[in-house]
Design a protein around this ligand. Structure first.
Ligand code: HEC
Length: 167
C-alpha cells in the first residue's frame, strides 16, 4: 500500500466523519480529554437546530491575517494543506468547507471554538490565544472575507454568528 493511498483514505474517512456531522465528532469530543470543549458539530446536533447565522461583517486586520498565515504554516498546514486544501485533516476552504458549513449551519464562532479547543490535533489548545485569532483571520481572508481596521479578538471570534463559507 502506498503512502499516497493511506493519506487519501484518512482524508476520506475524516471527511465522511465530518459529513455525518455529529456521530464521529461527538464521540471523539466526549472521549477526548477535554470534556468541557464542545465539539463543533456536537453542539449543533445537541441543540437540534443551527445557530441562526448572520452574514454581517467579521472584523480582522490585514496585518493579523499575515501573522496568521505564518502561524497556520507552522501549526496547521502539515495536516490541512499549505493552501487550506486539506490533507490528513479536512479542507478549510472551497467546496469541502461550503458543503460542511451548509449542512451544519456553521458559524465563524463554531469553527473558531472547535479549532481553538481541539486543534492542532496532536496538541489541542496549545497555541496562545492571539495566535488562534490570527489563524482565524487568515482562514477568513483566504475564504474571501474582507479585512477591516480592527483586529479579530479571541472573544469576538468565539462569539461570532457570522456564517462560515468560502466566498
Ligand atoms: C496532526 C494533524 C492536524 C493538525 C496539525 C491540525 N489539524 Fe485540524 N483537523 C485534523 C483532523 C484529522 C480533523 C478532522 C476532525 C477530527 O478528526 O477531529 C481536523 C479538523 C479541523 C477543523 C474542523 C474542520 C471542518 O471542516 O470540520 C478545523 C477548523 C481545524 N481542524 C483547524 C485546525 C487549525 C487551525 C490547526 C492549526 C492550529 C489544525 N487544525 C491543526 C488534523 C489536524
Amino acid at each position: 500500500m502506498s503512502l499516497g493511498f493511506q493519506r487519501a483514505s484518512v482524508t476520506a474517512v475524516a471527511a465522511l466523519a465530518l459529513l455525518v456531522a455529529g456521530s464521529a465528532f461527538g464521540t471523539r469530543a466526549t472521549s477526548a480529554a477535554s470534556k468541557d470543549a464542545p465539539a463543533m458539530h456536537g453542539k449543533m446536533t445537541a441543540t437540534g437546530k443551527a445557530t441562526a447565522g448572520s452574514s454581517g461583517p467579521v472584523s480582522y486586520s490585514a496585518a493579523q491575517a499575515a501573522a496568521g498565515s505564518k502561524a497556520y504554516g507552522a501549526s496547521c498546514a502539515s495536516c490541512h494543506g499549505e493552501k487550506l486544501e486539506g490533507g490528513v485533516g479536512p479542507a478549510l476552504s472551497g467546496a469541502t468547507l461550503n458543503t460542511l458549513a451548509k449542512n451544519t449551519h456553521l458559524t465563524v464562532g463554531d469553527m473558531f471554538t472547535f479549532m481553538s479547543q481541539q486543534m492542532p490535533l496532536n496538541a489541542p489548545a496549545s497555541l496562545p490565544k492571539d495566535q488562534y485569532a490570527a489563524i482565524m483571520a487568515y482562514v477568513l481572508k483566504f475564504n474571501g472575507y474582507p479585512a477591516g481596521s480592527k483586529a479579530l479578538t479571541y472573544a469576538a471570534a468565539t462569539g461570532s454568528k457570522v456564517v462560515m463559507k468560502s466566498n
